[in-house]
Design a protein around this ligand. Structure first.
Ligand code: E4P
Length: 220
């Protein structure tokens, strides 16, 4: 199981690197815009070995390939996100020949995922929350893709993305998807169960009432 954050804010990136066993960082162009970060700033903040995912902005395969070559030359641990479009599939195929690792992104359907994988993408990112927002079932789409890869023995992993709630994250993890990226807002919700916090506080205050101290080891 691997947790990533969808983030371009260097302060938040630093916070999660320091406080959680984070596998890596994912960005897309709008996340970088929203968080006011740049690719260089993310690179400067993340440790060398941390997995990073940056996305091309071009929509034609020639420029996608150029941008991907540049991105992948920045650091070994970078996977290039290429939109799963007909132009993207051409780019993914060429980049695979060059040994450049890609993830097919903006995936809304099983056929997009299979086409990206078939052309050489090593991962695909179904946009689970966005699919739900269109009135379809994002978790089911992600799990169908996962099953199709397993049944077809395809060497491509599902990387769950665009989650809008904790239940979606749990559902894909329980069913075998092992990479997920969460916005930092959602991450906080994922880590924070109010009942757990209350139970811990109750243990502490019970101890204090009984023994008049917050120290675990008491002398008799
Ligand atoms: C991650 O790699 C995706 O680009 C991201 O999860 C999309 O999230 P959004 O639907 O919140 O923009």
């Amino acid at each position: 199981m691997e947790f990533y954050i969808d983030c371009g804010n260097t302060e938040l990136i630093r916070h999660y690197i320091n406080n959680f066993n984070l596998k890596g960082i994912t960005c897309n162009p709008t996340i970088l815009i929203k968080d006011g970060g740049t690719i260089q700033e993310v690179l400067d903040t993340a440790p060398e070995e941390m997995e990073l995912y940056f996305e091309v902005i071009a929509t034609d395969h020639k420029r996608m390939i150029e941008e991907a070559r540049l991105l992948s030359s920045l650091r070994k641990s970078i996977t290039v996100k290429i939109p799963a479009t007909p132009e993207g599939f051409i780019a993914i195929r060429e980049l695979a020949k060059e040994g450049i690792r890609t993830l097919g992104t903006a995936v809304y359907s099983v056929q997009q995922a299979l086409s990206a994988a078939y052309n050489g993408a090593k991962e695909v990112a179904p946009y689970i929350g966005r699919i739900d927002n269109m009135g379809f079932d994002g978790v089911k789409t992600a799990l169908d893709i996962h099953r199709a890869f397993t049944v077809q023995n395809v060497d491509c992993a599902v990387f769950g993305a665009s989650f809008k709630n904790v239940a979606q994250v749990n559902e894909v993890l329980i069913n075998g998807v092992n990479k997920v990226t969460l916005s930092t807002d959602l991450f906080e919700k994922y880590l924070t169960d109010a009942n757990g916090i209350r139970a811990a506080e109750d243990f502490k205050s019970a101890w204090k009432s009984a023994y008049g101290t917050e120290h675990l080891f008491i002398s008799r």
